[in-house]
Every structure is written in structure tokens, then in C-alpha cells.
Design a protein around this ligand. Structure first.
Ligand code: SF4
Length: 203
């Protein structure tokens, strides 16, 4: 068992491999991925779920966290864009800090893009799980906080991109300060005579 680099805390990682029905299991050998996950450093328990995001799958995560005293969780399932909030809430309800959860994307990055290459998709899934476990070993608990935000923007550079950005933000209701180091704004655009295809004056 190896300690967390930053805290000297003994690491106990749980890995949860999702079949997503046949969405993942149809193209990835999830049993082999789960078996491989058992060999990774600091992995204490591995569970294969049919649908990890469904209530039974989430309950398996919560049970394993309590039963094995896990302090890091890796969910090998789909894109974090879809279910990162789901699994953060899940581990929070199990008593863990929600930021001690990491994901590996076996669906979009393996089964969906390599549907006709089961061996290749499975090998890639193993690599993604190993990477997620490695990242999880460096995770630190985070606290969320709210701070007042001033709705003001500073745009540095008065070329065409800076001007456009400043105008867009001003139209969205923000107070904008545009800073340009030369005596005039416009950048390269200001040096052009006409612009294609309308041949209008560039400024
Ligand atoms: S967690 Fe993602 S991959 Fe797993 S069943 Fe739910 S949607 Fe499918």
C-alpha cells in the first residue's frame, strides 16, 4: 500500500467498471478491464456494474465505500460531462469529499469509437482506467466557496480580436476596459486598405 504524495494518507481506491448494458460491454471486455484494475497500485476493491449511474449502481458504490473504507473512487463509465456531478454527489452521500472521485471514459473513448476492434478497445480501456487510478492517487479534498464577482472585464490588446471581444462583452452588460500599447487601436487590420470579398475599407 502506497501513501498519498501530499498527505501521507494510506490510499484505498475503489474502481467501478460500468457495462452501460451493451453500450460499453458490447465492444469492451469489461470483465477483463475489472480484472486488470485489481492489479493496479492502491486498488482495494473493484466492482463491475451493469448501469453505474442507476440507483442500484450508485448503491454499490456507497456500500463499497463504507465496507472497504475507500478514500478514492474511480468510475470507469462515460463522459464526465454527463455524470461527474452524479458520482460526486454519490460519493458525498457515502461520506467522502466529492472531489475524491475520478472518471475514465470507456464509452465515448473506447466502445463508441472502436466498435469493431474489441481487443483494441479493451486495451485502451485498461490504459484509461490505469490513468484514472494514477490521477485519483493525487486527488485532494476540496471545499467549495462562493465569492462576489465584479462584472468588469479587462481586454489587453486593441487589435480586431480585442475590439470585437470588448464590444461583445459591453453588449452583454459588462463594464469593459480596453488597453492598447500603441497610440491607436485596430492592429494589423488598420494597416489594410480594403478587405476581401466586399472590398470595404478595413476600419
Ligand atoms: S454511468 Fe454512463 S456509461 Fe454507465 S450506465 Fe450510466 S450513462 Fe451508461
Amino acid at each position: 500500500m502506497v501513501s498519498n504524495v501530499a498527505t501521507d494518507e494510506e490510499l484505498r481506491v475503489g474502481v467501478f467498471v460500468c457495462d452501460c448494458g451493451l453500450n460499453i460491454a458490447g465492444a469492451v471486455d469489461t470483465a477483463a478491464v475489472a480484472e486488470y484494475a485489481e492489479t493496479l497500485p492502491d486498488v482495494t476493491c473493484v466492482v463491475r456494474n451493469k448501469y453505474t449511474c442507476a440507483d442500484p449502481g450508485q448503491n454499490e458504490i456507497k456500500d463499497a465505500v463504507r465496507q472497504h473504507n475507500l478514500n478514492r473512487v474511480v468510475v470507469a463509465s462515460c463522459t464526465p460531462r454527463q455524470h461527474e456531478p452524479t458520482f460526486r454527489q454519490c460519493v458525498y452521500e457515502a461520506g467522502l469529499n466529492p472531489y475524491l472521485m475520478e472518471m475514465a471514459n470507456l464509452r465515448e473513448h473506447c466502445s463508441w469509437v472502436h466498435p469493431d476492434d474489441r481487443d483494441g478497445a479493451t486495451a485502451k480501456a485498461k490504459d484509461l482506467v490505469a490513468s484514472a487510478v494514477a490521477r485519483a492517487r493525487f486527488l485532494q479534498a476540496q471545499e467549495e466557496m462562493s465569492v462576489p464577482v465584479s462584472q468588469r472585464a479587462l481586454v489587453i490588446g486593441g487589435g480586431i480580436a480585442g475590439i470585437e471581444a470588448a464590444l461583445e462583452m459591453a453588449e452583454a452588460g459588462h463594464k469593459v476596459t480596453l488597453v492598447e500599447k500603441t497610440p491607436s487601436i485596430g492592429g494589423v487590420m488598420a494597416q489594410l486598405d480594403k478587405t476581401y470579398p466586399t472590398m470595404d475599407c478595413s476600419i
